[in-house]
Design a protein around this ligand. Structure first.
Ligand code: C2E
Ligand code: CA
Ligand code: CA
Ligand code: CA
Length: 287
């Protein structure tokens, strides 16, 4: 038993070592990628389910690796979070997204086809790690100043765990965002903490219903009840509600009938590069 224990220990050790090496490699890769500006921001429209007009875009990062090609965020965001690289990456996305929205607003002033873009908003994901950075607010102020974007056009998406990891510290940050009229959205709502009490205590503007509840909406399972409950909850708390992962016309109609205001998903568009997003904005399709 002792020998076995030792062998196991060695296997474990080797595994740990391998993992550390991989992480270290990825850390180097991520740092280089930041320097080489390999991160690109894609935009996915968020659409009013009533009017079918684009209300805003969510900024989603893409890594264009020179050798490995396109790498999806699912593959590197968790590691970037672990190594801390998510902090500079997240700021880079925030800066690029704010700059892009401001550009679109300016173009709209010159373009008679769309009066809409002045009211557009940009949603940017904030990771747990970013959220706990002492200088977060300072950085956001800096970026808003640089890009000239009106702070009320910015929506930050955070998960419940970003708040619940340290509710007191979170509240201080959220109050500062509120003072600046930056909007706050709870991402992946329904998948995190079961306690809803934080919704009363924190300045939350909108809830984004997780894709897992939307995916099997019309199959007669409990998802319909869950989505209905979230929509009712958000109405009672005077919050906006967005459904993510809307893939079919049926889902879009069902959600509209349930009272869900906004939808986002492949039915409308995937996350697309800035040029393609701009085309959507200035000549919207017939959804
Ligand atoms: P998320 O914030 O929940 O973003 C939604 C994800 O769902 C995106 O995946 C989007 O492309 C995908 N999606 C949207 N509509 C549909 C649909 O109709 N069907 C399906 N099957 N999927 C849909 P993506 O771009 O791969 O991003 C994955 C996750 O990576 C994001 O989930 C977010 O947590 C994280 N992420 C992406 N960009 C950033 C970023 O700039 N900062 C941080 N902190 N996280 C990011
Ligand atoms: Ca999100
Ligand atoms: Ca989400
Ligand atoms: Ca997610």
């Amino acid at each position: 038993a002792k020998a076995l224990g030792k062998a196991r220990y060695q296997v474990f050790d080797r595994h740990m070592h391998q993992r550390a090496v991989t992480l270290l490699q990825l850390e180097t890769d991520l740092r280089l990628a930041i320097e080489r500006e390999e991160f690109v921001v894609y935009y996915q429209p968020i659409v009013s389910l009533q009017t079918r007009k684009i209300e805003g875009f969510e900024a989603l990062v893409r890594w264009e690796h020179p050798k490995r090609g396109f790498i999806s965020p699912g593959e590197f965001i968790p590691a970037a979070e672990e190594t801390g690289a998510i902090v500079p990456i997240g700021l880079l996305v925030l800066r690029q997204a704010c700059h892009q929205l401001h550009q679109w607003q300016n173009q709209c002033l010159l373009d008679t086809r769309s009066s809409l873009a002045e009211e557009l908003s940009i949603s940017v994901n904030l990771s747990v790690k970013q959220f706990s950075q002492a200088n977060l607010i300072e950085k956001i102020d800096e970026i808003l100043g640089e890009t000239n974007l009106n702070s009320c056009r910015l929506k930050l998406e955070i998960t419940e765990s970003a708040i619940m990891d340290n509710p007191e510290a979170a509240n201080k940050v959220l109050q500062k965002l509120r003072q600046r009229h930056i909007q706050l959205c709870i991402d992946d709502f329904g998948t995190g903490y079961s306690s809803l009490s934080y919704l009363h205590h924190f300045p939350v503007d909108s809830l984004k219903i997780d894709r897992s509840f939307i995916r099997r909406l019309q199959e007669g399972n409990k998802n319909l009840e869950i989505v209905t409950a979230i929509v009712t909850l958000s109405q009672n708390l005077a919050m906006q509600v967005v459904a993510e992962g809307v893939e079919t016309a049926t889902q879009a109609t069902m959600l509209k009938n349930l009272g869900c205001e906004f939808g986002q998903g492949y039915f409308f568009a995937k996350a697309i590069d800035a040029a393609t997003a701009e085309q959507l904005l200035f000549s919207p399709p017939n959804w």
